[in-house]
Design a protein around this ligand. Structure first.
Ligand code: ADP
Ligand code: MG
Length: 285
């Protein structure tokens, strides 16, 4: 059995040159990555490092200029497969306002599955299920534009879930949300991975969100520069900071303590792990 959801091989991409005819520069160069079915990948990187460009290759919104992207065995360059690919890989973007297309929540959620040719009787059931999953079922007849940013983003996620995709790419879905909205979105992502077995790719600036992933991929200038378990990647504090990134507050605290001669482990990632490591250290004194 093939466990690969998405295979990216030597992907190179540039946007076509502007009106002045300047030679286009590679925005992605030689990116290779294997994403396993059911895994949760976080993508980090400074602004302009190519994260969104990479994301748009995963459901054929952009096509490789060099190399290949294969989605559940389908080459994205094969135009006959575009619809099949988009049924399997959903996208959630940063700004929920740009993703709302209807004046009624349930119609909005039905929009994507309708566009993908899902039979009408089935759509009703899918819409209800998706709205329950994101905790917005009681708002089904409401007007989306009157909801909070977090609620709107949950509606956008429901629209994607109603397609029953195998994989969802989230491009900074929490960037415009308040802390509660962010927690709600992360809670849904956690359930998609753990209960629905979805493959999740999360682009984020929030290190605490990236820490929840199985694998963290760090991009810089169109290349993948680090790739590993969060616990491992986040120990490279200085390297990450030189790439314009931070590390989770927990890791930073341990790192500063170690710099000051306090012998605590750097691998404590959650607040709990951090507290336990500190308690163990001071109890042994
Ligand atoms: N539609 C576009 N046309 C031309 N250049 C673009 C376009 N979108 C992005 N870029 C350029 O590609 C590079 C990577 O952008 P992007 O993938 O959006 O990075 P990120 O999501 O990591 O911030 C940047 O230099 C950006 O200016
Ligand atoms: Mg981006």
């Amino acid at each position: 059995m093939d466990d690969t959801a998405i295979k990216i091989e030597n992907l190179t991409f540039f946007y076509n040159s502007d009106e002045e005819g300047r030679a286009p520069e590679d925005v992605l160069s030689n990116v290779s990555l294997n994403i396993e079915k059911g895994s949760f990948i976080a993508v980090l990187g400074h602004n302009g490092s190519g994260k969104s460009t990479l994301a748009r290759h995963l459901n054929a919104l952009l096509l490789p200029k060099g190399g290949a992207v294969t989605v559940f065995g389908m080459d994205t360059k094969d135009e006959e497969l575009t619809l099949e690919i988009r049924r399997r890989v959903g996208m959630v973007f940063q700004n929920p306002d740009n993703q709302i297309v209807s004046n009624v929540v349930e119609e909005d959620v039905a929009f994507a599955p309708e566009n993908l040719g899902i039979p009408t009787p089935e759509i009703r059931a899918r819409v209800d299920e998706a709205l329950k999953t994101v905790g917005m079922y009681e708002f089904r007849t409401h007007a989306p534009h009157l909801l909070s940013g977090g609620q709107k983003q949950r509606i956008a996620i429901a629209g994607v879930l109603a397609m029953r995709p195998k994989c969802v790419v989230f491009d900074e879905p929490t960037a415009m949300l308040d802390p509660q909205g962010r927690r709600d979105v992360m809670e849904i992502i956690g359930r998609m991975k753990n209960e629905m077995g979805s493959t999740v790719i999360l682009i984020t600036h929030h290190m605490e969100e990236a820490a929840m992933a199985d694998t963290v991929v760090v991009m810089s200038d169109g290349k993948i520069v680090m790739d590993g378990a969060p616990r491992e990647v986040f120990t490279h504090v200085e390297e990450l900071e030189s790439l314009g990134l931070t590390v989770p507050g927990t890791v930073k605290l341990m790192w500063e303590l170690r710099k000051n001669g306090v012998d605590v482990p750097l691998g404590a990632l959650t607040v709990n792990e951090c507290a336990n490591a500190l308690a163990a250290h001071f109890q042994s004194k």
